[in-house]
Design a protein around this ligand. Structure first.
Ligand code: NAD
Length: 376
């Protein structure tokens, strides 16, 4: 089987789809691995490192794309142009915001596996790019905030006087939020957090942070482990109860997301205004609707003296590790479905991971949730 990995084309992307070590594993399966020249440019990794790992650095990228049985990418491409019928395409696809591209993949008879839709199950954990990237993004969020904050995070006792530890408030303690809590704690901050899923309290406390108790009545989580959408009254109650924690925080990091739906608006302009000037908010949901009023995707804005960071690619601030993890997620996926005898990818339509992540196949959009969105 021909497996082709093109160079990323998304502007501003600092990550690459695979590191040479991932290529080595793919070549070890017996696949013919081809890569586009310059694939490692963003990380200053030379083409020779990819050829040393067992890949052919092609001279005609268009021909390699057209001949590929499997294509591995990071970001969503503009469409399936240049791919042959029956090819398997694995990448992010952002299907909830871009159904048109999904339809184009179906029309081109390409089987599109969407990395965002890998089920959150134990067996699929090693392929779960949302988690691997969210974890790094949570870490980077704290570092970005710390770099903007005109204060240091830990308590410092010096002959000149004592500096009190800075206060960090984290809304949403999923994968990104927990990593942000751990990072802020390591830097010596005093950390408080809130999440609507009650199971999270213990996890927050085990990291040494305080869990803010807010009684919102019926909450819970979906079978997939995601948060349920709150009612307007519950959101109003949450906003009020968080008010004090936000006003006294030096750094607020919001990570609250709802799978497949816009993020809830949890901090309004008056709450930003109530913070001390110089404080910093990182809105990790800025790209999916925003948790904070006034935040803008991929911009830092200053509102009432508070810097609001809307970076939508925080994981791209640690691009080497993010590329390593994303590449491993894809390699684990390919390995999981690899037929060693036939030396080919076995796209088993009865498998629950395939059923969760395969959006198009045989000329059709076959994923139930996406089909519903298309016909809605
Ligand atoms: P996410 O990115 O969808 O959301 C981030 C967090 O925001 C979640 O913890 C969510 O509960 C929280 N949130 C939503 N609305 C909120 C609100 N109004 N106020 C405060 N917080 C709010 O979620 P995620 O981090 O990708 O994952 C969530 C959970 O899914 C994990 O913690 C875990 O339990 C589960 N999960 C399981 C696996 C697995 O089993 N393989 C993998 C990853 C995640």
């Amino acid at each position: 089987m021909n497996l082709y990995i093109p160079k990323e084309t998304e502007s501003g992307e600092t990550r690459i789809p695979v590191l040479p070590e991932a290529v080595k594993k793919l070549a070890g399966l017996g696949a013919t691995v081809q890569v586009e020249p310059g694939i490692g440019d963003a990380l200053q990794i030379p083409d020779s490192a990819f050829s040393d790992a067992g890949a052919e650095v092609v001279t005609d990228p268009a021909a390699a794309l057209g001949a590929a049985d499997i294509v591995l990418r990071l970001n969503k491409p503009s469409g399936p142009e240049g791919l042959k019928e029956g090819a398997i395409h694995i990448s992010y696809l952002d299907p909830f915001n871009d159904l048109e591209t999904v339809k184009k993949f179906a029309e081109a008879k390409v089987s599109a596996i969407c990395m965002e839709m890998i089920p959150r199950t134990t067996i699929a954990q090693k392929m779960d790019a949302l988690s691997s990237q969210a974890s790094l993004a949570g870490y980077a969020a704290v570092l970005q905030a710390a770099a903007k904050l005109p204060r240091s995070l830990p308590m410092m006792m010096t002959p000149a006087g004592t500096l009190s530890p800075c206060k960090v408030f984290i809304i949403g303690a999923g994968v990104a939020g927990l990593q942000a809590i751990a990072t802020a704690k390591r830097l010596g901050a005093r950390v408080e957090a809130f999440d609507t899923r009650p199971v999270v309290k213990e996890q927050v406390e085990s990291l040494g942070a305080k869990f803010l108790q807010i009684d919102l009545g019926e909450m819970g989580e979906t079978t997939g482990g995601y948060a349920k959408e709150l009612t307007a009254e519950q959101i109003a109650k949450q906003k009020e109860a968080q008010g004090k924690a936000i006003a006294k925080a030096d750094i607020v990091i919001t990570t609250a997301k709802l799978f497949g739906r816009p993020a809830p608006r949890l901090i309004d302009d008056a709450q930003v205004a109530a913070m001390t000037p110089g404080s910093v908010i990182v809105d990790m949901a800025a790209g999916s609707g925003g948790n904070v009023e006034g935040s803008e995707p991929d911009k830092d804005v200053v509102l009432h003296g508070v810097t609001v960071i809307g970076d939508t690619n925080l994981e791209g601030r640690v691009p080497y590790d993010a590329s390593q993890m994303y590449g491993s997620n894809m390699v684990n996926l390919v390995q999981h479905f690899w037929d060693d005898e036939a030396k080919s990818f076995n796209l088993d339509l009865e498998d629950e991971i395939v059923q969760g992540a395969l959006l198009t196949h045989g000329g059709e959009v076959i994923h139930n949730m996406i089909k519903e969105r298309i016909s809605a």
